[in-house]
Design a protein around this ligand. Structure first.
Ligand code: GLC
Ligand code: GLC
Length: 811
């Protein structure tokens, strides 16, 4: 069952009922000012950092789901309703929410009054603009009262929900223009030079800034006293919970419409220009911001600018095939999700509270893989930010805070896959841009510039970290965990409340990871190529020797007979082996080792993928392991703490499905690679939205596996490395346009019946118009570039050539 449909021409998903199985959200904002917004107008706003600079309050872990948002109430006689249905939940006569790229619209009606709300964050301003249009479709006059409502968060979202003894006394506001503009200035007198505003472009008939006055102390946003009374109270908050609410009385003739523009903004003043007069904030920048968006023309032009921005971005990789769903994901939603994961890492979603994890080292490095083609300059800066949190021995802080860019010492380091992901991200950036200068940038360690070294030296530290941290079988030591955060082989946590990851020693001398071995083979080779590009052939040769050692250890100690072993635990027992009672086969080493090329010549790769198909495949995707753990294994940690079928314990962890799909393309299996792609692909599973539950336009981190009660149910949508990896898979391996250091390589691997297709790819300042004729699953038999036949798969990059016409024949 579906709850809406894709409108590909508009680049929108259209939701036709507010009662989706879970809140279906969108992200507004492209750089520093962000909002999350659900299909019922729930959500919240922050500047740069969802923990430290949160503008509006949200209630995670509340009932009902999705509590608090930026709400508009319409009072029409005795009827009160909201364009997004929540929070009053008055049954609507019509409802439609369209989530577009960086904006959302809500069009609803009740008793012949129509409301249309458009909400977005403009390209260059730190604000969210909402344009609200009311239309009277009755045959008589409509006397309406429109109320707005936002609840301020006292900036630090973590402290805001804990430190009531202080916070209930600090709230401060100012009100100007008869109530049209409300300033939230809590803590501005002391260590802050920023405040927030909520203004409307018209004179108002009332306002409130105290939550208790507007709602009534015992009411929720579903039944504000002020709305029931038809008028605000003019309250000026002092402590407690400051809000911003406007009241506008409007009478519309039959057929008449009126539009109001609301601006929710973040303002920062220079330290020495904070005040207009004693105790009164300097409002100049706020007034300028409100002025900028006071007319409909200005708002429409700003939205147009946002839309054009996205059109331009999406023209960098564009496919036309006979598979509508592939085109839709590749050309719109998958790339959009890559932008969101790049911006958010794993910080703020409806499943990440914005106060927990900030930017993840491994997560953000992987997010880069799906983002780097869109805005390489931002990727460049991100690589440097991430590398700045590395330690001198090559290990790294596992997470850092986006505002401060400093490593998070609560979680610290010791996740031994982290260092290698930095090579992955940097290599992708250089293959995309050819910009070797990044390798020569001076980058601090642990943010200490006095010990800065070049980025290439950082990569060397990454490489050497793995090369010098190996266990008894010559395989890399796992540390606290590798990619699978829940395989905690050095932890032995026996008491509730201990973190599975950071309890106990960060590293044991025995527990090893075959997954990291696969990464080392893949990214060790990419490191060697970078050394070569810098003219350091000796380093490249040294790297390849180290890689060879790990390769050999993987095909021997890392091989279980029919698949790759997952790891060795702290007692040197195998994990992910036939010898095990539970958890006999894991997906990660099968996918990653094969995509790294391990065991392809020896025939191991073929066997490993067959085993995946036999043991891990389901109709909803490939499970992470089997059989799922039914009891807690102290020696394995968190992985065995989840009920069977959920999360890392036998869930379909979508992130590593593309690894297996890519691995299949390495072996030339186009049919199978695509089958795996389709199983978790949002557009292909839209029809089962009632089972899947999460948004049908983006990937979720996890879909419950076969052992779970709710097999097929998605969780943790939006912020997952699945976005980047599936985009890499479909764009570079299945459709086969892969950036190499020498230029684009064309080597698709598609199912037999895929059909001919064409791709436009903008790359290093040139446009490539590529058309592919398909007669087989894989194997380019002919490649013609600008009329001339070329040997091999790579289109030679020629400085100065701006247009390439490429014809490729498969089979
Ligand atoms: C989560 C984490 C990611 C980790 C994965 C597997 O998605 O964000 O870092 O690799 O879980 O445990
Ligand atoms: C838990 C989750 C895992 C996530 C980690 C982040 O272990 O199962 O997916 O990566 O927490 O700390």
């Amino acid at each position: 069952m579906k709850y809406g449909y894709f409108d590909d021409n508009a680049l929108e998903y259209v939701i036709t009922t507010p009662k989706t199985p879970l809140p279906w959200i969108n992200y507004l904002g492209n750089r520093e000012f962000f909002s999350l917004i659900s299909n019922t107008c729930g959500g919240y706003t922050f500047y740069k950092d969802a923990k430290l600079l949160r503008l509006t309050r949200y209630r995670y872990n509340n009932v009902p789901y999705d509590n608090n948002g930026k709400y508009f109430y319409i009072k029409d006689g005795e009827t009160v309703w909201n364009p997004g249905w929540q929070p009053v939940k008055t049954a609507l006569d019509s409802y439609e929410c369209r989530h577009g790229l960086g904006y959302s619209t809500f069009t609803s009606s009740k008793n012949d009054v129509e409301a249309k709300v458009l909400t977005f964050v403009p390209m260059a301003d730190n604000c969210e603009v909402s344009k609200v249009t009311l239309t009277n479709k009755k045959s008589s006059d409509a006397s309406l009262t429109l109320f707005s409502y936002v609840e301020w968060c006292l900036w630090n979202a973590d402290d805001d929900m804990k430190n009531f003894q202080r916070n209930l006394s600090t709230g401060e506001v100012e009100v100007t223009d008869g109530g049209s503009v409300i300033y939230h200035k809590t803590e501005y007198r002391e260590r802050r030079n920023h405040y927030a505003i909520y203004g409307v472009n018209t004179a108002v008939d009332g306002f409130d800034t105290s939550r208790d006055a507007f709602l009534g102390a015992y009411n929720g946003p579903d039944s504000p006293d002020a709305v029931a009374d038809g008028k605000c109270t003019g309250s000026v908050a002092s402590g407690w919970s400051p809000i911003a609410a406007h009241q506008i009385n409007v009478t519309l003739k039959p057929g008449e419409s009126r539009t109001f523009i609301f601006t929710l903004g973040y303002i920062e003043n220079p330290e020495d220009d904070k005040w207009e007069s004693y105790g009164v904030v300097n409002k100049k920048p706020a007034v300028a911001m409100l002025d900028k968006f006071k007319t409909e023309e200005a708002v429409d032009a700003s939205l147009e600018e946002l839309k054009n921005y996205w059109k331009e971005l999406l023209s960098i990789y564009h496919v036309s095939s006979s598979n509508e769903k592939v085109d839709r994901m590749v050309n719109i939603w998958n790339q959009y999700q890559c932008m969101v994961t790049f911006n958010m890492s794993r910080s703020a979603s409806y499943y990440e509270s914005g106060i927990g994890r900030g930017m993840g080292f491994r997560d953000s490095c992987q997010d880069l893989l799906g983002f780097v083609h869109l805005i390489p300059d931002r990727a460049r800066q991100r690589i440097i930010d991430i590398a700045s949190t590395q330690f001198q021995d090559g290990s790294a802080y596992h997470q850092y805070q986006p505002l401060t860019k400093k490593g998070n010492s609560d979680i610290g380091s010791g996740f031994n896959d982290d260092p290698l992901w930095l090579i992955a991200g940097t290599s992708a950036y250089i293959r995309e841009t050819g910009d070797l200068s990044i390798l020569k940038e001076m980058v601090p360690f642990d943010n200490d510039m006095s010990v800065a070294k070049t980025l290439m030296d950082h990569l060397k530290c990454s490489f050497n970290f793995t090369a010098t941290h190996k266990g008894p079988h010559g395989l890399p030591l796992i540390g606290r965990a590798d990619w699978n955060d829940c395989l905690n082989l050095n932890c032995f946590s026996e008491h509730p409340g201990e973190s599975f990851q950071t309890f106990g020693p960060s590293e044991g001398p025995v527990a090893e990871s075959v997954f990291i071995a696969g990464m080392f083979v893949k990214y060790g080779e990419e490191y060697a190529q970078l050394a070569e590009l810098l003219g350091d052939d000796a380093e490249a040769a040294r790297a390849r020797e180290e890689v060879k050692k790990v390769y050999d250890a993987t095909t021997t100690a890392g091989w279980d007979g029919d698949w790759f072993v997952r790891a060795y635990d702290a007692n040197s027992n195998k994990v992910g082996s036939k010898e095990c009672e539970e958890g006999q086969i894991f997906i990660e080493p099968q996918g990653f080792c094969v995509l790294a090329g391990i065991g392809v010549e020896e025939g191991l790769a073929e066997k490993a993928l067959k085993s995946v198909e036999e043991k891990l495949d389901t109709k909803y995707g490939v499970m992470i392991l089997q059989p799922a753990y039914t009891k807690y294994h102290l020696e394995l940690g968190e992985v065995s703490s989840y009920p069977p079928g959920y999360k890392e314990n036998g869930g379909i962890f979508c992130h590593n499905n593309p690894w297996v799909s890519i691995a299949e393309t390495v072996l030339g299996h186009g049919n199978r690679a695509f089958e795996i792609y389709k199983k978790t692909c949002p557009a292909y599973i839209e029809e089962i939205s009632d089972v899947h539950c999460t948004e049908p336009y983006v990937y979720s981190q996890m879909v419950a596996g076969r052992d779970a009660k709710f097999f097929g149910q998605g969780k943790n949508s939006w912020l997952t490395g699945t976005a980047a990896w599936t985009f890499v898979n479909i764009s570079q391996y299945i459709l086969g346009v892969y950036p190499t250091h020498k230029g684009l390589s064309i080597n698709p691997c598609v199912p037999e019946d895929f059909g001919d297709f064409s791709i436009t790819r903008k790359y290093r300042g040139a446009t490539y118009n590529i058309s592919v004729k398909q007669n087989a699953q894989k194997g380019v038999s002919k490649l013609i570039v600008n009329g001339k036949e070329v040997e091999g798969n790579v289109i030679p990059y020629e400085e100065g050539v701006k247009e390439y016409t490429v014809e490729a024949v498969i089979g």
